[in-house]
Design a protein around this ligand. Structure first.
Ligand SMILES: Nc1ncnc2c1ncn2[C@@H]1O[C@H](COP(=O)(O)OP(=O)(O)O)[C@@H](O)[C@H]1O
Ligand SMILES: [Mg+2]
Length: 255
């Protein structure tokens, strides 16, 4: 089991007028090889849930186990990486140096680090831009650099919080194709937050639907579309059927 979330509750500002129950009795498990999306109304606790898994926020009660370890131990062991909506790159470092950054803590020599960073940039189709600065790239390209950097440590678990939320539809579809191929090529398990039904259906093996605050798991949709997925997947009858099912659950979630 890659990830186990057991009876997790999160209350912000407990006992104050601003008390917010962000997560209520969250239970789920993720096997390795899975790609699981979380979708739900805005403010329902999706980012909080991802932060709890990533040990950026402590749950009020409950447990998170990443590959059998506590979330804190998994963070200290670099078992996971996170990608946020805005690509967080160091502006004064060139693209290659940004991807090499997380490798500097390991005892890899410079040649090895460079080789690994170059092959990751190739995988996200940014080769040829190694010596550019982040500001010289489009938003979509910067996000791909951020993804390459997140993959540099070969994390067992990749946590992604609306990574393509700021991109136009066509760019987003291309990014989805690439992320799908990366997920197929690596052993990384992915937990992915999104607002987009199409994106969730295309990428996922399972979709968790959360209800409006206090965020609870309302339903889990199994996505039985065949692998690998490609542009034909988006034209298939099953793709539309699953999309409709997710949309109906989301409508209920917002009530
Ligand atoms: N650090 C925090 N302090 C207080 N309240 C917070 C904090 N982080 C999130 N919240 C509240 O918790 C709820 C869930 O937020 P969030 O997880 O960001 O939702 P989502 O990502 O689904 O839009 C919201 O009401 C939000 O205002
Ligand atoms: Mg959020």
């Amino acid at each position: 089991m890659m990830l186990a979330i057991k009876a997790v509750n999160k209350v912000f500002n407990a006992g104050q007028a601003s008390e917010t129950v962000a997560l209520k009795d969250i239970n789920f498990t993720l096997e390795s090889d899975e790609f699981v999306s979380i979708i739900g109304p805005s403010g329902c606790g999706k980012s909080t849930l991802l932060r709890v898994v990533g040990d950026l926020v402590r749950p009020t009660t409950g447990d998170v186990l990443v590959g059998g370890k506590s979330a804190e131990q998994a963070r200290l062991d670099h078992d996971y990486s996170m990608v946020f909506q805005a690509p967080v790159l160091l502006e004064w470092r060139k693209v290659l140096a940004n991807v090499m950054l997380p490798l500097e803590i390991y005892k890899l020599d410079k040649t090895e680090r460079t080789a690994r960073a170059r092959s990751l940039l190739k995988m996200v189709e940014i080769d040829g831009f190694e010596n550019h600065y982040p500001w010289q790239l489009s938003g979509g390209m910067q996000q791909r650099v951020a993804i390459a950097r997140a993959l540099a440590t070969q994390p067992q678990l990749l946590l992604m919080d609306e990574p393509f939320g700021a991109l136009d539809e066509m760019t987003r579809e291309r990014m989805n194709d690439q992320l799908h191929n990366i997920w197929r090529q690596t052993d990384t398990t992915v937990l992915f937050v999104t607002h987009s039904i199409a994106e969730a259906v295309f990428l996922s093996t399972k979709i968790i639907i959360m209800s409006a605050r206090p965020g609870q798991i309302m339903h889990v949709v199994d996505v039985d579309l065949p692998l690998p997925r490609d542009s034909q997947t988006r034209e298939s009858v099953r793709f539309f059927e699953i999309g409709r099912e997710v949309r109906e659950w989301l409508r209920r979630a917002e009530e």
